[in-house]
Each structure stands twice: as structure tokens, then as C-alpha cells.
Write a protein that binds this ligand. Sequence first.
Ligand code: NAD
Length: 293
Amino acid sequence: MQLIDGNFIAKQVLEELKETIEKISPEIVPHIVVIRVGNDPASVSYVSKKQKTAAEIGMKSTLKLFPENVSQAELEATIDSLNADGNVHGILIQAPLPSHINETEIFNRVSPDKDVDGFSTVNIGRLVQELPSAFAACTPAGIIELLERSGVKTDGKHVVVIGRSLIVGKPASLLLISKKSNATVTVCHSRTQNLAEIAKQADILVAAIGRAKFVTEAMVKPGAVVIDVGINRVPDASKKSGFRLVGDVDFENVAPKCEKITPVPGGVGPMTVAMLMKNTLAACLRANGKDVL
Ligand code: NAD
């Protein structure tokens, strides 16, 4: 069994982005604006990680912070002005948004060319059409990058994706069936019957469910590659925070059966931020008429 080291691979990606940014600056400085609503602790932590990483690679980032009771109109007006601002290349709306806000409308308000999270209708359409202008959602793009950089071939392989969310399962499946990845993809979800039997056929198993240790040893073929997207908090009295993070895979029992597996933390997580940076740099290069990475 070999660990797929997401921290190491993300660092490689970020190093490459930093080199490109050094070459184009100071004439061009990629700039991402992050919109955060309220003070949800997970969102605060994700946003600060994104801003810290941007600073490390020489990318400008700006945080636009709104109170929990912000109106739909105010958010839309902010997005409109960022869309019109030539010095802004990427716009990220940190989800989840409060329940009175129509999240889909907010995602769709972002100009498709600045939609570095890839959640808008236009970007998903571009992804389906396999257009080079598509921004793929960052976590699925990170999965592809992890596979490529660990030497895992997807061509003709059977990939089983568990989960069909807009953020992970669906775009991951689209990327994997694309003519670049050429995998045969089965997508499972909460209504799938005989899930264990299907999962066990996978050469590559992607778990994006949001349930701690859901994927057991009995669901994995010997020699499979397992990508664990899940981030779940489980109580742990030995930790200062009172919890620790585990994936969707029962790592201890599944890992010995695998050819390769991602750990949690330190697998897919770091790749998500790296791919956000990559998408933003691509948006910036495109806006400036330069060749994209
Ligand atoms: P989601 O809740 O939107 O989707 C979960 C999916 O799992 C659904 O499509 C559902 O059909 C499926 N599912 C739920 N119960 C199931 C069951 N019993 N059997 C089969 N399928 C079932 O979640 P999400 O946003 O896709 O996130 C999934 C996990 O990945 C979460 O733990 C989340 O925290 C994590 N995540 C990690 C990153 C990262 O950067 N590593 C990014 C996004 C999400």
C-alpha cells in the first residue's frame, strides 16, 4: 500500500504557480476576492487558509465580509461590481450561505470567466462540453491532479464515485468520463441499491459522502486505488478541540487492501485550495490574453 500524499503534491502545484506568478508580476498580479457571510467557524477557517495560500504564492486576495442578515440584492450588487472590475480575476463565494439567500442565483451571478469555483450553470455546461474555458470545481480538479501526479492511469478503468453533489460527486464524474481521463464511471448515491457490490468492482473508488468510515474493507477490491474526499468530525477527548477529522473511508482496515489511498487529513483537502489558486491564475492569464497553464 502506498499513501497518496496530498500535502506534498499540493506543495508541488503551488510552487509551479508561484514561479508563473513571479514571471508575470509586477505588471500582472492575479487577484481573488472571497465573499464570506457570517462567522461559521469552518468557513472562517477555510477562507483564512485560502488567503494565506494566496499570499504565499504572490497572489492578491481580498475578503468581503457580510453579516448573516445580508440581503440577496446586496450580495448581487457586490458581485456585479466585482464582475466589472478588471483588476479582479477570481470571485469565490464561501458556502454555505444563510437560508434566506438563493445560493444558485448567487453562484450564477458571478461572471463565468471569474467563476473559479466552477459552480455556475455556464461553467458546468462548459465542463460537459469539455471546453478549455471551463473552470472545474476545485475538489474534483484536485482529485484528477492527485491521480495524475501519483501515476494512476484512469484510461479504461472502472471508477466508482460515491456521492452526486454539485461540489464533488457530479463534477468529479464529468471529469473522469471526459476524453482526457477516459474512465468508465459509475455514480452511486443515497438511493443506490447493492452499493457494496458496485463499490467492490472499482479499480478506483472515490468516496464523497460525508459519513465517517462509511467505506469498509468489504466494499473495496484488493489492489484498488481509493480517494477519500470526506471530512468528518468525530469526538476525541484527547484533542484540545474535542474532535478529530476522519474521512469517509475506514482507513485502518481499508488501507492494507489498497494499491494506493489518500489519508484524511493530508489527501484531497490540500489539493482543493491549490486548484482554487490554479483556476484563479488561469482566469488572470486568460483576462490578460496570455497562454493558460
Ligand atoms: P453532500 O452532502 O452534498 O453530498 C453527499 C452525497 O453522498 C450525496 O450525493 C448523497 O447522495 C451521498 N450519500 C449520502 N448518504 C449515502 C449513503 N448512505 N449511500 C450512498 N450515498 C450516500 O456532500 P459533499 O459536499 O459532496 O461532501 C462530501 C464529503 O466531502 C463531506 O465530508 C465534505 O466535508 C467533504 N468535502 C471535502 C472537500 C475537500 O476539500 N477535501 C471538499 C468538499 C467536500
